[in-house]
Design a binder for this molecule. Structure first.
Ligand SMILES: Nc1ncnc2c1ncn2[C@@H]1O[C@H](COP(=O)(O)OP(=O)(O)OP(=O)(O)O)[C@@H](O)[C@H]1O
Length: 308
C-alpha cells in the first residue's frame, strides 16, 4: 500500500506537484496517468525518498522510505532504465544492488532468468538495447521480492513483444497481491493494463477512479439521428420533452444527447417518424483523456503546425 497525503513539490518557481492525496492499493494494477510534465516522475521520486517533498507526506507499507530497513525488500522501482552504470556487467550490476540489501546470489540469478536475460548476464549493461535495459531495470526492481512495485513509463520505446511482456508481468505481480503503480501518458495503454486510474494534470489530481469508469465516460455521449420521413414536428417535440438536447447539423442530421438509442427509437416510432440512421457517437480513449486533462496540458502544439 502506498499512501500519499497532501504532497506538494516546488522547484523554484515551478509547482511540480500540488496538494496530491491518494492511496495505491494492493492486488490491482494502478495506472498513474497524465500528460508530459504533469508531475508523475516527481511524485514517484518522492515516494522513493529520492526527492524531498516541499510539504506533505508519503508512506510505503505504513512507513516513510527513510524508515525502511532494507528498501529493496519493501519497494522496487523502475524509473529510468538507461540510468544504470553502463560499464558494469548486467550480473554485477544486480549483485552490487543485492549485496547492499542483504540479498543472496541465487536471487540475482533467479530475477535475471525471470526477465529473460540469463544468457547476457556477462554483457556490459551499456551495450543493451532499450528493451534489454528495461528488463534489467525490472530485474533490479524485483530483486528484493518487494510487496510494492513502481514503474515509470515502462513501455516507452518498446516493441510489441516487449510491451506485451511488461503488461503480463504487471498483471501477474498484482495477482500475487502486490501493490503495482505504473505511469503512462497514454490512456489507451493504461486501458489494457490498469484496473484503477489516478489521473494528474499540472501536479493536481484530476481523477481517482476505476479504469472502467474512465472508459465508460468515453462511451456514447450523443446519438446521431437521421430522419427519413416525419409526418410533423412531434418527434422533435417528444425528444425535448424527454429531456434530450438536440443539435441540428448542417447535413440535416440530428445530434441527440441525454437519451440512449433505444429511447430515441421508441419516441420515433411513437410519433410516426421513420429513421434512416440511429448511431451512438463514441469518443476515442485519447479524446476522453484529453477532455479530462485539457486544461492541464503544459505544452500545446501550434495550430496548423506538424504535431507529434
Ligand atoms: N529537478 C527539477 N528541477 C526543476 N523542475 C523540475 C525538476 N524535475 C521536474 N521539474 C518540473 O516539474 C514538472 C513535473 O515534471 P515531471 O517530470 O514530474 O512530470 P511527468 O509527469 O513525469 O512528465 P513526463 O511524462 O514528461 O516524464 C515539470 O514542469 C518539470 O519541468
Amino acid at each position: 500500500m502506498i499512501e500519499v497525503r497532501a504532497l506538494t513539490k516546488r522547484y523554484g518557481d515551478v509547482q511540480a506537484v500540488t496538494d496530491l492525496s491518494f492511496t495505491v492499493k494492493p492486488g490491482i494494477v494502478t495506472g498513474f496517468l497524465g500528460p508530459n510534465g504533469a508531475g508523475k516522475t516527481t511524485t514517484m521520486r518522492m515516494i522513493l525518498g529520492l526527492d524531498r517533498p516541499t510539504s506533505g507526506d508519503v508512506t510505503v507499507g505504513g512507513r516513510r522510505y527513510a524508515e525502511l530497513g532494507a528498501p529493496l525488500r519493501e519497494v522496487g522501482a523502475l524509473l529510468d532504465a538507461k540510468a544504470m552504470h553502463g560499464r558494469r556487467k548486467a550480473l554485477n550490476h544486480l549483485l552490487c544492488l543485492a549485496q547492499s540489501n542483504g540479498i543472496g546470489r541465487d536471487r540475482v540469478k533467479e530475477v535475471l532468468h525471470l526477465v529473460g536475460l540469463d544468457t547476457v548476464g556477462d554483457k556490459h549493461a551499456g551495450t543493451f538495447s532499450l528493451g534489454m535495459a528495461q528488463r534489467l531495470g525490472i530485474a533490479a526492481a524485483l530483486l528484493g521480492d518487494p510487496p510494492v512495485l513502481m514503474f515509470d513509463e515502462p513501455v516507452n520505446g518498446l516493441d510489441p513483444e516487449g510491451i506485451r511482456w511488461i503488461r503480463t508481468l504487471m498483471r501477474d505481480l498484482a495477482a500475487e497481491g502486490r501493490t503495482v503503480l505504473v505511469s503512462s501518458h497514454l490512456l489507451s495503454e493504461m486501458a489494457q493494463t490498469a484496473d484503477h486510474l489516478l489521473v494528474i494534470g499540472r501536479g493536481e489530481l484530476v481523477a481517482d477512479m476505476p479504469t472502467a469508469d474512465v472508459l465508460g465516460n468515453a462511451e456514447a455521449r450523443a446519438v446521431l439521428v437521421r430522419v427519413a420521413e416525419s409526418p410533423d414536428e412531434s418527434f422533435l417535440q417528444r425528444l425535448t420533452e424527454a429531456g434530450a438536447e438536440v443539435t441540428e447539423r448542417e447535413d440535416d442530421a440530428l445530434l441527440v444527447s441525454g437519451l440512449d438509442s433505444a429511447h430515441i427509437g421508441g419516441l420515433a416510432t411513437g410519433s410516426g417518424a421513420v429513421l434512416s440512421e440511429l448511431t451512438p457517437q463514441r469518443v476515442s480513449l485519447e479524446e476522453a483523456f484529453m477532455e479530462l486533462t485539457e486544461e492541464y496540458v503544459e505544452y500545446h502544439g501550434g495550430e496548423g503546425q506538424a504535431q507529434r
